[in-house]
Design a protein around this ligand. Sequence first.
Ligand SMILES: Cc1cc2nc3c(=O)[nH]c(=O)nc-3n(C[C@H](O)[C@H](O)[C@H](O)COP(=O)(O)O)c2cc1C
Length: 368
Amino acid sequence: MDLYPLIKPLILRFDPELGHTFAILALRSGLMPLPCKSTDAVLATRVFDINFPNPVGLAAGFDKDALVADAMLAQGFGHVEVGSVTPRPQPGNPKPRLFRLVEDRAVINRMGFNNRGMDAMAARLAARSRRGIVGVNLGKNKDTECAVDDYVKGARTLAPFADYLAVNVSSPNTPGLRALQSRAPLVEILSGVRDVLADIAKAGGRRPPLLLKIAPDLTPEDLADIAAVALGADLDVGEGETGVDGLIVTNTTWARDGLESALRGEQGGLSGAPLMAASTSVLAAMYRLTQGRLPLIGVGGVETGADAYAKIRAGASLVQLYSAMVYDGPGVGAKVVRELAECLKADGFTHVADAVGADQPDVRGTVS
Ligand SMILES: Cc1cc2nc3c(=O)[nH]c(=O)nc-3n(C[C@H](O)[C@H](O)[C@H](O)COP(=O)(O)O)c2cc1C
């Protein structure tokens, strides 16, 4: 039974960041009730050479320090992305920095990569039994001049413990971070991280897939540049290789269109229901620009199985969510998974992979 609707009015009265702290404590204590999970075979999918039990993951930012990754997997998420983590611990921006826009089912945050640093995360991940899929999202410290150094350090330290690595150059709350999505800095960062991963592979270690997480607020020219680099342009890639193994589309937005809440003027990144249409349209654009050759993770505004299904039909091989949990609790992941299975079966799909890009018949390519 989902108890969350009963306690929701109380939780929504807490300061949002305190609510998050309580959620983490409850998850760590093991007291959080477990939802009814779907293990429907239609949901199983292989992406980046990894077998996912279902395509719905927890987006970065909820578990910045990898404190509750296994608890969130137990809640029914098919994967969990921890971070963003920076090389050195940092406190983030002054509070308040997290706002619920209840009327809009949205969230604004300007957390600023508050986290305990990569060594603490490495120790925590090393202690796991590693039964579920955990990706690590890498950021940079606010006061680091040379961004490449931070991503390289993060990759070197955390690759051994990550099922995949995500380079995050798209959070709006670290000054200058989004400028790293331009072609030249992007090439520099990805070259640096790819070199680290190549060294790991040469030494006999496992090279985790490398993903890039992008913003929704990009011009068509920016998107075309990112797609080109993601496919390998300007990078030293071998025959048949791409620059990254996948893209995460998208982070939070600067846009504030059509919001009701009095808090809409707060600075930071907007997420939740109002982001669904914009992020899905960037996802569809990226699928077309990369000709379906790269697996995409669709994130932004997913609250229901129908939302997840729309992203998959637009070109996502996997989806993620965060803000819906603020309103519907941690069990929302399992609910989205169950509803998604119904959507797929209603349209006659027997494997979720067959629905990827179904709304883009001219582009459907060779995503595996
Ligand atoms: C409070 C909060 C903190 C976040 N922190 C991060 C972060 O550290 N790194 C990151 O890549 N994305 C972060 N995000 C963005 C989410 O991962 C996701 O891309 C975005 O919220 C859109 O998904 P949603 O509408 O389902 O929330 C954060 C989002 C929220 C609401």
